[in-house]
Design a protein. Structure first.
Length: 69
């Protein structure tokens, strides 16, 4: 495995392969080279929710309701 796949990577791949939810991006395929690990997933514009939350520290009630909806 050349040190690329960690337990975290394997767990993430296994979960994404098994889950089918409209709220979680779909994993279509996973592969690796000697230097990199690739996940082929659907493109969703806007980025990760955690990125936006970390950037703003906390969401307004209106924005939190938007994401919860």
């Amino acid at each position: 495995m050349n040190g690329i796949l960690t337990a975290y990577n394997l767990a993430e791949r296994d979960i994404l392969e098994k889950i089918n939810s409209p709220f979680i991006v779909k994993l279509h395929y996973a592969f690796q080279t000697d230097a990199k690990l690739y996940f082929v997933m659907d493109f969703l514009n806007g980025g990760e929710l955690f990125f936006h939350l970390r950037k703003e520290t906390k969401f307004s009630e209106r924005r939190a309701c938007f994401y919860a909806a």
